[in-house]
Ligand binder design. Structure first.
Ligand code: ATP
Length: 570
C-alpha cells in the first residue's frame, strides 16, 4: 500500500474526536487493507511491532530534529525553534518538506508502507558505535522521498506521538464493523482473542477471512506476554462479602510489583504488568522458578516483593522499584535488594489453558506445583472463609507484615486478562491515592534551580490526559535510601519536554507516579474539573502502563465518596 494512503487515514482520524466516526473511517480503511499487510496495524497504533515487543524505535528528540534538518536542508536550531513555536514536530516536518519540495528532484518516487516499516524496523537492531549516523541515514532516506503529509506522520511515528486518538478498542470496533457486520455478539469473542494474543495485527489477519470460529480457536501462548487481571476496590470486608458472596479467598495484597512468569522448553521469561520483559534484571527469580516449580510449561501470575536481608522484614515497592530498570551490575543490586516471589495465580499449565477454570482450581494447582522456599518463592498467603471477623483478623496480620492489605477473590471466577473485574477486589486502609501521569512542570528556582521541581499531574479520559493539580512534595533534594530524587525525576522528564515557556514546561505523558492527597476539590482551573489538595508523590510507577492510570471517572467517584463520608468541599 502507498504510505500516502495511510497518511490520509491518519489525517481523517485526527480530524474528528467522535469515536463512532473514527470507527467508521478505520473500518473502511481495514476493508481495503490486504491481509498480507497486517503490520499496518502496528503503524496505526504508532508502533512498528506489537505493543508488548521490546523492539521499540527509541528515537531521541535530538535525532528526530537532526533527521529533519538534514532531510530538508536546514539547521537543527531552526527546527527546534519552529517546534517550540508550533508545538508539533510533525507539522514542522510537513512545512519544511513543502518548501524543500519546490527545489528537489526526489518527489517522483512514492513511499510504500512496506518501505517505511522496513526502514523503521532496522532501527532497534542497531546497537553500539556509529549507530546514530546509521539511524540518521535510515530516517533521512524516508524523509527525502516523503510528500509533506507523509513527512508529518513519519516524524510523529519517530517520536511516538501520533495524535490520532485511536485506542485498542477503536481498532477492535473497526474490525467488528469491517468483517462481522458490527455484530455485537462477536465483540466478546474478538476481545478474548485480543486478550490471548495482545497482537491486533494477528486479529486483523484472521478476521479478514470473516470466520469468527477462527478467532474463537485462538489460545494462550506461553512466551507471548498476557495482560494481568486487575482488581476493583472495596472499603470493607462486609462490602466484599455482600458484593461477591461467600466463601471468599482472602490473600495478602503484597506491596511489590506484578510479574507474569512464562516457562517453555526449559526457558523462563519474566514480564511486568506493562508487558516489559525483565528476565535479565531478575536472574534469581528465573532460578527459583526453574528449581521450585514443577511443570514443563506454564504461565504464573505473581508479585515480586522486597525484604530486608538482615531483619527479613518485607520492604515496600519503592525500595525495590529501581531493580526493574537496572541493567548493569545486577549481582550487586540483587544482593543489596533481595526479592521473594509470591505466586497467586496460574493461567496455563502443561499445554492446557487454565484461565477458563474457576479460581479455586487454579489456586489449588499453584499450591500443588510450588515447593515453598520462604524468601525465594512461595504460594500467596491465603485463607478461604465466609466469616467477616476471621477475614478481618487476616487483614490485620497482612498489615502487620508490612503488606498493603488484602485481595479478596471469588472462588468460581475465571481469569480475565487486562480487565478490572469485580470478582477480584482490593481492600486497603488508605484509598486516598491515585496513579497519575506527569504532563507538565516548572523549572525550580534557588536551591532547586536546574531541576524540574513542580509537576502537573493528569488523569485519563478516553485518550486525553486531563490535569488534576500540581505537586512539588514527596521527592527528596538529596540521595536518601530508596527515595526518588529531584535529579532522577528531572532526568526522566527532560527528554520528554515538548514545549517551554519561561519556567513552564509541557511534558509528553509517559512518567507515572503514585500520589497521596488529603482530599479533592471541584476546580475550574484544571481540565479534569477536580483538584487534589495537599498532594504528595509517594512512588514512581515504572511498572505501570499509561492505560492503567486513574480515570476521570474514578476521581469523580472518589470525590463523591469523600462527600458521602462527610467531608464536604466544592
Ligand atoms: P494499587 O495502586 O492499589 O497497588 P494497582 O493500581 O497497582 O493497585 P490494582 O489492579 O488496582 O493495581 O491492584 C492489584 C495489584 O495488586 C496487582 O496488580 C498486583 O500487582 C498486586 N497484588 C498484590 N498481591 C496480590 C494478590 N494476592 N493477588 C492479586 N494481585 C496482588
Amino acid at each position: 500500500m502507498l504510505y500516502e494512503k495511510l497518511a490520509q487515514l491518519y489525517k481523517s482520524l485526527s480530524s474528528t474526536t467522535k469515536r463512532l466516526e473514527k470507527t467508521e473511517i478505520l473500518s473502511e480503511f481495514l476493508k481495503e487493507t490486504p491481509k498480507e499487510e497486517s503490520e499496518i496495524i502496528h503503524l496505526i497504533q504508532g508502533n512498528i511491532y506489537p505493543d508488548y515487543d521490546q523492539r521499540k524505535l527509541g528515537i531521541s528528540e535530538q535525532l528526530a530534529i537532526k533527521s529533519i534538518s538534514k532531510s530538508f536542508g536546514t539547521t537543527p536550531e531552526k527546527v527546534t525553534q519552529e517546534w517550540k513555536k508550533v508545538g508539533d514536530i510533525g507539522e514542522v516536518a510537513k512545512n519544511l518538506c513543502k518548501t524543500k519540495k519546490q527545489t528537489t528532484l526526489f518527489g517522483s518516487i512514492s513511499l510504500t508502507t512496506t518501505k517505511v516499516l522496513d526502514n523503521l524496523q532496522k532501527i532497534p537492531e542497531l546497537i553500539g558505535n556509529g549507530t546514530e549516523s546509521h539511524k540518521l541515514g535510515i530516517i533521512t532516506e524516508l524523509l527525502i522521498y516523503a510528500k509533506p503529509i507523509e513527512a508529518k506522520f513519519i516524524t510523529r511515528t519517530l517520536i511516538g506521538d501520533m495524535r490520532i486518538g485511536v485506542q485498542e478498542s477503536t481498532i477492535k470496533h473497526a474490525i467488528l464493523k469491517a468483517f462481522f457486520e458490527g455484530n455485537k455478539d462477536y465483540e466478546p469473542i474478538i476481545q478474548r482473542a485480543i486478550d490471548r494474543t495482545n497482537d491486533l495485527s494477528k486479529i486483523f489477519q484472521i478476521s479478514k477471512d470473516e470466520k469468527i470460529e477462527e478467532l474463537e480457536k485462538i489460545k494462550l501462548e506461553v512466551g507471548s506476554p498476557i495482560r494481568a487481571m486487575l482488581a476493583a476496590k472495596v472499603s470493607s470486608v462486609e462490602e466484599a462479602l455482600k458484593q461477591m458472596g461467600s466463601p471468599l479467598a482472602a490473600e495478602y495484597k503484597y506491596d511489590g510489583f506484578r510479574m507474569l512468569i512464562h516457562k517453555k522448553e526449559g526457558e523462563v521469561t519474566l514480564f511486568t504488568r506493562s508487558l516489559e520483559n525483565v528476565t535479565k534484571q531478575f536472574p534469581e527469580i528465573e532460578e527459583y522458578v526453574k528449581e521450585f516449580v514443577k511443570g514443563d510449561s506454564f504461565i504464573l501470575d505473581a508479585e515480586t516483593i522486597g525484604y530486608d536481608k538482615i531483619t527479613k522484614e518485607y520492604t515496600d515497592f519503592q525500595a525495590i522499584s529501581q531493580r526493574i530498570r537496572r541493567k548493569h551490575k545486577i549481582e550487586e543490586v540483587m544482593n543489596k535488594l533481595p526479592v521473594e516471589l509470591a505466586v497467586f495465580d496460574i493461567l496455563f499449565y502443561n499445554g492446557e489453558s487454565q484461565i477458563e477454570k474457576p479460581f479455586k482450581e487454579r489456586t489449588e494447582l499453584v499450591r500443588k506445583i510450588i515447593t515453598p522456599h520462604p524468601f525465594k518463592i512461595i504460594p500467596s498467603h491465603m485463607i478461604i472463609s465466609s466469616d467477616a471477623e476471621e477475614i478481618k483478623r487476616f487483614y490485620k496480620k497482612a498489615l502487620a507484615d508490612n503488606q498493603e492489605g488484602l485481595m479478596l477473590k471469588t472462588l468460581d471466577a475465571e481469569y480475565n486478562p487486562g480487565r478490572r473485574v469485580g470478582q477480584m477486589v482490593k481492600l486497603k486502609p488508605e484509598d486516598r491515592d491515585l496513579d497519575l501521569v506527569i504532563i507538565g512542570g516548572e523549572w525550580g528556582t534557588g536551591k532547586r534551580s536546574g531541576w524540574i521541581s513542580s509537576y502537573t499531574l493528569a488523569c485519563k479520559k478516553d485518550d486525553k490526559y486531563l490535569a488534576v493539580g500540581k505537586v512539588g512534595t514527596g521527592i527528596s533534594e538529596k540521595e536518601e535510601s530508596g527515595k526518588l530524587t529531584l535529579e532522577q525525576l528531572t532526568n526522566l522528564l527532560k527528554p520528554l519536554i515538548k514545549k517551554e515557556d519561561g519556567k513552564d514546561i509541557e511534558i509528553e505523558p509517559k512518567i507515572i507516579v503514585s500520589v497521596t492527597y488529603q482530599d479533592l476539590q471541584k476546580s475550574t482551573t484544571y481540565k479534569s474539573g477536580y483538584a487534589l489538595r495537599f498532594p504528595r508523590i509517594t512512588n514512581l510507577r515504572e511498572d505501570k502502563p499509561l492505560s492503567e492510570i486513574a480515570t476521570q471517572k474514578e476521581i469523580e467517584k472518589a470525590f463523591v465518596g469523600q462527600r458521602v463520608k462527610g467531608i464536604k468541599f466544592g
